[in-house]
Each structure stands twice: as C-alpha cells, then as structure tokens.
Design a protein around this ligand. Structure first.
Ligand SMILES: [Zn+2]
Length: 174
C-alpha cells in the first residue's frame, strides 16, 4: 500500500527505487508546528537537516518555498501508507555516508544501517569505529553523528492483518 505514491514523484529529483519495495522510506515529511499539516520534504538530506535542528528551529510551512499554512497539506497522516516517526534532534548523516532504514517484514520495527562511501554496509557503532580507524580519509566524520535510533512504526498505520501473520508456536492442546 505504501508504494502507491509515484503519481507525485517529481522528475527533477531522481529517486532510486529500493531493492525491497515498500519496506524502505519513500517519502519524507515534516509537520508544521503552527497548522499541523504535513509537508513533503524532497530529499533525505534536507529532511535530516530539518530533523537535526527541529527543537531549536521548529518546522513551519513557510520554510518550503512558496508555501504557507493556508495551502492544503501535501500528505495526510492515515493508514493509506505506513508511517514511521523519527525522534527529533537526531544528527545529520556524515558527508559521504548514507543512512538506510528497512522495515521488518512483520512491521514490528525498522533496522538502521550506514553505507560507507566505499559501499560497505555497517550495522553497529563498533563497525563504524573500525571503518573510520582503518580509513583515515573519513577520520573527520564524528563518531557521535552515527546514530542507530530508529523511528517508531506507527501501529495505527500498519496494514490490517500483518501482525497476525507472524507464525504462532505450534502447540497441540486438546
Ligand atoms: Zn503550517
């Protein structure tokens, strides 16, 4: 269900199709502090910038060019797609690296990992420390800016029936 978003994809921002359709993030949005409408944010980088400073610098509609609180919201919070809500203030991903989130098949939670500029997948802080240690080119990437805090999967937007699909322990009582 969360894949039916292509109609609004802009051709100016090339979007890479995820290898696991529907289980990675395909739309970024921020909520206006004043009118509570949701605005689409075009790129992950822009989104992370907003997220990292949202406590000091709350998001409002005017931050999107040509937009104000009088305009209709870009996207509604409802169960036509699955929403995950980030913790505010998470650091921006260090330059050259990419942060990826994948939703588990049972929608129970997301998993975070980083992809290095050399294409390596790192899943823990220790792996990141070891990578930076071994690759002095990236020694300026602050270790504290790698963060594995994952967004919360909003249960009321998980498709019906998903949670019941998890295998039940086969007990044979009579
Ligand atoms: Zn607004």
């Amino acid at each position: 269900m969360e894949e039916q978003t292509d109609k609004s994809a802009k051709s100016t921002t090339p979007k890479k199709k995820a290898a696991t359709p529907g289980r990675s993030i395909d739309i970024y949005a921020a909520q206006c502090e004043k009118c509570l409408k949701w605005r689409k944010i075009d790129t992950q980088e822009e989104y992370e910038e907003i997220r990292s400073r949202i406590q000091e610098d709350p998001f409002v509609c005017d931050k999107k060019q040509g937009m104000s609180c009088r305009d209709a919201g870009d996207i509604d919070y409802d169960s036509t797609r699955t929403w995950v809500i980030d913790k505010p203030g998470l650091p921006k991903t260090p330059k050259g690296f990419k942060r990826s989130l994948v939703l588990r098949k049972d929608y129970s939670k997301m998993d975070a990992y980083y992809i290095t500029p050399t294409g390596k997948k790192l899943r823990t802080r220790n792996e990141i420390a070891a990578f930076i240690d071994a690759n002095q080119d990236y020694k300026n990437a602050p270790l504290g800016d790698f963060n594995f805090t994952v967004p919360k999967v909003m249960e009321d937007t998980v498709p019906c029936g998903v949670s019941e699909r998890s295998p039940k322990p086969s007990k044979e009582n009579d």
